[in-house]
Design a protein. Structure first.
Length: 404
């Protein structure tokens, strides 16, 4: 299997925020010339990282797009597999993927924008902006704690896949609001860190309440449009099915086959809590499942680092570490590859090989995603897959080679 050439998109004519046009190889001509100018051999086309992705694809263990960019220029761009098997549409560089939780940082960024405008503060309590929550949440859980997964929020339905098929944005929004208000705290807010999608669902509702815009519209206008992310949105299931640019999730089944999640809402995956079919939700939310292309995520990184989404002080606030987590890998105390993991206001904010990067991944039935911005090295790495896949080995290889 070889990498597919990108299909034309409406973004082509707009000039990709500094990214050069693709050459025949799938790598920008300008970037190809930098092979001896500091680009590690293992990250170049035909290098070790490229070969490892190709090997996975040839064994039908990877379907999706990988993009490595240095200073905004595409160094390695590869796509494999099918975006839509029924229509025989291959994945390409401009294929749009469901991001799952990899879109949580857009929620966090929206909150930081509103704080920058003075419309909320990070020490505000849930009850300062939203009604109907139990007192233990309304009076004690702060915006900061929800952003950093230290709120103690839990969701009583998190342990079981969502069986209901939603049919409108309004129905889904009402359901999330009611579910948020039925939760209980797992621990005293601020006393420990535990990943909470429900906290980000509430942040999405908070963005809508404070801004006066539906969450999806706020992010489109104030994040995606400002970053030049023309193909990114919170697409509805109707759009997901109709738009040929959007990859379908191919969910692994017990018999080893893969089911199209958008066309088969009765089916789910087999990967535990990720077994729920995300297409049943109708639309994404503050907790995840925005959609983007790999080049759009590079545009997001560039806009963020150029302070086009936030003022400099608030950009630093957004990306800097707030709460610590377990080490990235085991190793000796003086081994810099051991890494230190933290959470910022949306993305993770970690150190590996003495280099800083921010990142976020996501997983749904039939989808695995990750993007990383290497703040000290001018690299952006994106892996978007429309298969169930444990992509951490891919990310570890990418991280080791970029920070070496």
């Amino acid at each position: 299997m070889t990498g597919h050439q990108a299909r034309p998109s409406r973004r082509t004519a707009l000039g990709l925020l500094g990214a050069a046009p693709l050459a025949v190889s799938g790598v920008p001509a300008a970037a190809a010339a930098t092979g001896s100018g500091g680009i590690p051999a293992g990250l170049r086309p035909g290098g070790a990282f490229d070969r490892s992705i190709k090997d996975l694809a040839e064994r039908d263990q990877f379907s999706g797009t990988v993009l490595l960019a240095h200073r905004g220029r595409h160094v390695l761009a590869r796509s494999y597999g099918m975006a839509d098997r029924d229509r025989r549409i291959p994945n390409g560089l401009n294929t749009i993927y469901a991001l799952a939780s990899a879109s949580k940082p857009f929620t966090g960024l929206a909150v930081v924008q509103l704080a920058q405008q003075g419309r909320l503060r990070f020490h505000d309590k849930v009850g300062d902006h939203l009604d109907g929550f139990p007192a233990e949440i309304a009076e004690h859980v702060t915006v900061h704690q929800m952003l950093t997964h230290t709120s103690g929020m839990t969701d009583p339905t998190n342990d079981a896949p969502e069986p209901h098929v939603f049919t409108s944005v309004e129905e889904r929004t009402r359901h999330l609001a009611a579910r948020a208000r039925s939760q209980q705290l797992r621990f005293t807010p601020g006393t420990r860190k535990e990943y909470s999608s429900m906290g980000y669902e509430v942040l999405g509702e908070l963005v809508a309440a404070v801004s006066g815009q539906p969450f999806h519209e706020y992010v489109r206008e104030h994040v995606f449009e400002r970053a030049g992310m023309a193909d990114s949105a919170y697409y509805t299931r109707t759009e997901w099915l109709a738009d040929e640019r959007i990859a379908h999730p191919y969910m692994l089944q017990e018999d080893g086959s893969r089911a199209d999640g958008v066309r088969h809402l009765d089916k789910g995956g087999i990967s535990g809590v990720k077994g729920s079919n995300s297409a049943r939700a109708f639309i994404g939310s503050g907790g995840g499942n925005g959609f983007a292309t790999a080049p759009d995520l590079v545009r997001f990184a560039l806009a963020l680092q150029r302070d086009e989404l936030l003022k400099r002080a608030y950009t630093e606030l957004y990306v800097n570490a707030k709460v610590s987590g377990p080490p990235l890998r085991q190793g000796g105390p003086v081994d810099p590859r051991r890494g230190e993991a933290f959470h910022a206001y949306g993305p993770t904010a970690s150190i590996y090989n003495d280099r800083r990067y921010i990142s976020h991944g996501g997983g749904i039935a039939g989808g695995s995603t990750n993007w990383s911005i290497y703040l000290d090295l001018d690299w952006v790495a994106v892996v978007l897959c429309n298969y169930d896949l444990q992509i951490e080995p891919i990310i570890q290889e990418e991280r080791s080679r970029i920070t070496a």
